[in-house]
Write a protein that binds this ligand. Structure first.
Ligand code: ATP
Ligand code: MG
Length: 266
C-alpha cells in the first residue's frame, strides 16, 4: 500500500528545451554544462541532442560517427529512448546522442499524422526515470524544434550579450505562443539566459540592461560570463565541471543549476 502511494506522489521529470533559432548563442554550451551541473547536484539528468550538428554529443566525448541509435530513431519511433541512452563522463548524466542523419527527420515526418508529437510520445516512457530532461535544439524553428517545444514543460532561451542580441527573439516568442495555443498549453518559459557576458564591454552591459528592463523576472539572475575554458572543454569531450571545476564558467553553470532547482522546488 505504501509503495503504491509513493509511486503516485513521485514527481515526474521536467523536460526543458534549450532553444533559440539564432546560431551560436550558447544553446549547446548551456545544455551540456547545465546538465552536468544538475548531475553534480545529484539530480538525475537525461540530455537529448536534437541538433544534427551533434555538438552536445561530441562535446561530451561521444563518437558521433558510430551512433546507430540516436535522436532520429527515437523520433521515428523505431527504437525506444532506453535503447539509445549512452552514459558519458558527467556523473548522473545520460545522453541520447545525435548523428548527422537527423537532418532528414524533418522531411521524414512532414506527412506523418501527429508529426509535432513524436518527441512527446517517445519520452513518456523515460520521463519518470529522471529529475530533468534537457533538449539541445538546433538553430532553426523547424519541425525538430517544434517537436522539442511540444514535448517540453519549459524552455530556456539563451541570449548572447552581443550585437543584435534580440534579433529574432520576437519570432521565437511568437512561435512559443503558437505552440502553447495549438500543441502544448502547459509550455512555460523557464527563463531568458544572458550568455557570453564580458563586463569590460559597454555593449555587453547595455544588452544586460536592455533585456532585464524589457523582460524583468523572466531573466535568470545568473549571467553566464565569457570564459575561454567553456570553449575549450568540448574539444576534450568534457563538461566544464570535469574540465575545470574552479573556472568562472563552472561556477556560473552551477549557479544556474541551483537557481533552476530552487525555482522548481517551490
Ligand atoms: N560563455 C562562453 N564563453 C566563451 N565561449 C563560449 C561561451 N558560450 C559559448 N561559447 C562558444 O561560442 C560558440 C557557440 O556556442 P554554442 O555552440 O554553445 O552555441 P549554439 O547556440 O549551440 O550554436 P548553434 O546555433 O550552432 O547550435 C562555441 O564555440 C562555444 O564554445
Ligand atoms: Mg548548438
Amino acid at each position: 500500500m505504501y509503495f503504491y502511494a509513493s509511486k503516485i506522489t513521485r514527481q515526474m521529470g521536467k523536460i526543458i528545451a534549450i532553444a533559440n533559432q539564432k546560431g551560436g548563442v550558447g544553446k549547446t554550451t548551456t545544455s551540456v554544462n547545465l546538465a552536468a551541473s544538475l548531475g553534480v547536484l545529484e539530480k538525475k539528468v537525461l540530455l537529448i541532442d536534437a541538433d544534427p550538428q551533434a555538438n552536445a554529443s561530441s562535446g561530451l566525448g561521444i563518437d558521433v560517427d558510430s551512433v546507430e541509435i540516436g535522436t532520429y530513431q527515437i523520433l521515428e519511433h523505431s527504437h525506444a529512448p532506453r535503447e539509445a541512452i549512452i552514459q558519458c563522463s558527467a556523473p548522473n548524466v545520460d545522453v541520447i546522442p545525435a548523428h548527422i542523419d537527423l537532418v532528414a527527420i524533418e522531411i521524414e515526418l512532414v506527412d506523418k499524422e501527429n508529426r509535432e508529437y513524436m518527441f512527446k510520445k517517445a519520452l513518456e516512457s523515460v520521463k519518470d526515470d529522471y529529475d530533468y530532461i534537457i533538449i539541445d535544439c538546433a538553430p532553426s524553428l523547424g519541425l525538430l524544434t517544434v517537436n522539442a517545444l511540444t514535448a517540453a514543460d519549459s524552455v530556456i532561451i539563451p541570449i548572447q550579450c552581443e550585437y543584435f542580441a534580440l534579433e529574432g527573439l520576437g519570432k521565437l516568442l511568437n512561435t512559443i505562443k503558437s505552440i502553447q495555443k495549438i500543441h502544448n498549453p502547459d509550455l512555460d518559459i523557464e527563463g531568458l539566459l544572458l550568455t557570453m557576458f564580458d563586463s569590460r564591454l559597454r555593449l555587453s552591459n547595455q544588452v544586460v540592461e536592455e533585456v532585464q528592463k524589457h523582460f524583468n523576472d523572466m531573466v535568470f539572475t545568473t549571467i553566464i560570463q565569457r570564459n575561454v575554458k567553456l570553449s575549450e572543454a568540448p574539444s576534450f569531450g568534457e563538461s566544464i565541471i570535469n574540465y575545470d571545476a574552479t573556472s568562472k564558467g563552472a561556477v556560473n553553470y552551477l549557479d544556474l543549476a541551483q537557481e533552476i532547482i530552487k525555482k522548481n522546488s517551490k
